[in-house]
Design a protein around this ligand. Structure first.
Ligand code: SF4
Ligand code: SF4
Length: 469
């Protein structure tokens, strides 16, 4: 199977034709989103599920790319239309060298925070089709600006938070982009895969995200564009049967994760914020946990007499995406210190931060399962009214009554939620064990098993009580 996929990537029209196809789909989703403007909260509760753009983007496309990233790597990047847009503008743009702040990775973390604070909390881009469309346009706009100013593919490597998130999840992937034989690269005089002459080709291009295929040992940054494979095969001064050398390779589940490469500071902050985000994603599904989640932010809002929804959203986001995850990360560290560990806070955050990733991934898969299955009843009405405005109105007026999913789907969903979360916690325990085994202070570091115990319990206990009792 992998052989056929690699052969397909080598073809002249692949995967570039898929990007043009997804560009058309992207434009259609934006248009349908823009056609459904509303600020009525009650109406939006229905409209977000009846609008074609919003339903596909948040309930099917987003869950699909998360699940694909966890099992197969950054497959979405292979067909992402934004990559072709930013590459085109880089070809005709200024090609400036990237400044150090951009190379540091902080731009991605800041962009992600802006999406959470302004996009999700301020404009509800995940619930409002119009603002969802604006969000997609903003992503394209930023990719055009970045592409027009900086050299190579700066947007995909140093700005795009979606790619970064998928890169984080692809630490668990079975597959990775590697070369067949490093010796072939060592003796290669062409280095077509990184040659500057092919850097701005729209197809068969050398690597734009600063990777050298022969030294790739993790999935984080490769956007699976296939460019190096195509240039390696196409631009050869002497025919070599070993080429093309780069390819999609089976590397084993969670191989990247267990290499235990410490996170960079910007990366760690990104993971920390995502660890808070997934709590809000899962806990908001059940009224009981949602009340817990909103208790403190609501209290703060009432003490400070905040009525403005934008400022209220900011308070909620600060608590959920900042304070809460910080507290959860610090507790295991504090207890390990009491037990006598000498690890510094910085080292703990950068190294043991990796142990949160499998649980975050499991929570994201769980949210994906909940989203995709709970929206199935809307499909029946979707293509008769792609803007969803009339359908939403009919649901509100009681003229359309949605069917509930059959019992077997609900039981299957409960089973999958539980299984994925158990798997996430188990992998997290294995990660802590691997890190501890590299550390001589095994006894005091045992307290760090509290990472999977505390953080995993937040999800597992909730799922068990909510879905099974
Ligand atoms: S990937 Fe191909 S072009 Fe690049 S160094 Fe290896 S053999 Fe040469
Ligand atoms: S290493 Fe190859 S496949 Fe990966 S981003 Fe670079 S050119 Fe594309």
């Amino acid at each position: 199977m992998l052989k056929q996929i690699n052969q397909a990537i080598s073809r002249a029209y692949m995967p570039v034709s898929l990007k043009y196809f997804s560009l058309v789909a992207y434009i259609i989703l934006i248009i349908t989103g823009l056609a459904a403007y509303s600020t009525d909260a009650a109406f939006l509760k229905q409209l977000r599920n009846t609008n074609l753009g919003n339903l596909i983007v948040w309930s099917y496309w987003w869950p699909a790319i998360i699940i694909f990233a966890i099992f197969f790597g950054r497959i979405w990047c292979m067909i992402c239309p934004v990559e072709i847009i930013t590459t085109f503008f880089a070809k005709i743009g200024l090609k400036r060298k990237r400044p150090a702040w951009l190379l540091s990775g902080w731009a991605i973390t800041v962009f992600y925070l802006l999406i959470l604070f302004v996009g999700i909390q301020g404009f509800a881009i995940h619930r409002n089709p119009f603002f969802m469309a604006v969000y997609l346009l903003v992503i394209v706009g930023v990719s055009i600006i970045v592409g027009s100013i900086y050299e190579k593919n700066t947007f995909c490597r140093y700005v795009c938070p979606v790619g970064y998130l998928l890169g984080m999840y692809s630490k668990l992937s079975f597959l990775g982009w590697r070369v067949k034989n490093t010796r072939t690269c060592e003796s290669c005089k062409d280095k077509s895969c990184i040659h500057k002459n092919y850097r701005y080709n729209l197809n068969s291009k050398s690597c734009g995200v600063d990777l050298y295929p022969a030294t790739i040992n993790d999935n984080a940054n490769c956007i699976l564009c296939g460019g190096c494979r195509k240039t390696c095969g196409k631009y050869q001064s002497e025919r070599n049967e070993e080429r093309p050398n780069p390819q999609l390779t089976y590397i084993g589940f969670a191989n990247d994760l267990f290499q235990i490469n410490p996170l960079k500071l910007a990366e760690m902050v990104f993971v920390l914020v995502v660890s808070g985000f997934v709590i809000s994603e899962i806990w908001s599904e059940w009224d009981v946990t949602n009340n817990f989640l909103t208790y403190i932010p609501n209290h703060i809002k009432s003490i400070l007499n905040i009525e403005n929804s934008f400022i209220g959203g900011f308070v909620y986001a600060t608590f959920i995406f900042g304070f809460l995850p910080l507290l959860l990360w610090v507790i295991p560290f504090a207890i390990s210190k009491i037990a006598g560990a000498t690890i510094t806070l910085k080292k703990y955050f950068l190294t043991y931060g990796i142990a949160f990733i499998p649980i975050i991934a499991a929570a994201h898969v769980d949210k994906s399962i909940l989203k995709t299955t709970s929206r199935l009843p809307y499909f029946e009405y979707l293509f008769n009214d792609v803007s969803g405005v009339s359908t939403a109105q009919q649901i509100m007026d009681g003229k359309i009554v949605l069917h509930n999913n059959p019992l077997w789907i609900n039981i299957m969903v409960s089973g999958l939620l539980t299984l994925f979360m158990i798997a996430g916690v188990w992998i997290s325990i294995r990660v802590v064990k691997t890190i501890n085994s590299k550390n001589s202070q095994a006894l005091s570091n045992r307290a760090l098993y509290l990472i999977p115990i505390i953080y995993g319990s937040l999800f597992l206990v909730m799922i068990l009580v909510w879905r099974w009792m």
